[in-house]
Design a protein around this ligand. Sequence first.
Ligand SMILES: [Zn+2]
Length: 235
Amino acid sequence: MLNELELTGRAATHVVLCDDLGAALHREVILPYLELRDAAWVDGIELQIVSGYRGFDAQLRIWNMKYRGERPIYDECGQVRVHASLDQAQLVAAILCWSALPGASRHHWGTDIDVIDRAAIAENYRYQLLPEEFAPCGVFSRLNSWLTENMARFDFFRPYARYQGGVHREPWHLSYAPISSAALRLSTPELIAITVRDHEVQGKDYLLARMPEIYRRYIENISPLPPKRGQDIGP
Ligand SMILES: [Zn+2]
């Protein structure tokens, strides 16, 4: 299983860079992902990973830029918020709705990926990873339905299938359950707190003081796992 450095994105010893996939993945996720991709291909979907493994430093940069107002901040409805109008609690809540705390991103594990359907879009289309793109009239609507129908056969699920008060709905974000569920159990509030404490994370004191609450709302609070492979899903 993943060690503490790997769990928090400070080591990449568990991932393999796959040039033809354009991403690094946990070594045990590569084969299941290729099976998923090949099955999608048969149905005319060209699955492409747009984000795989992401290390601590990359997540830290995103976090600190948002915290300082150097990147746009959105509320849970996707509306831009004016940085200067937010108090610390509102600022942290708005960032956590869309971006993980450094040390607590599921992308650190190499088990989670953001995907699009390359075949559904023109060469010059700039995907944004917005729920509208995956809605019934969106460019990735067919990908969305295909994943809903098929991903569980390959042990993938959507941890952010719906908004439940924490992270925003992310239909493009898939997770390889056999490894990510174990990784989540090992990513304790204590481990994340130590990681935040030891790095230059903006808002550190506030985050450390509220870690149990942040953990419950944004890290542990994911959509349920699908039934096991081969298990009857029922009517
Ligand atoms: Zn993601």
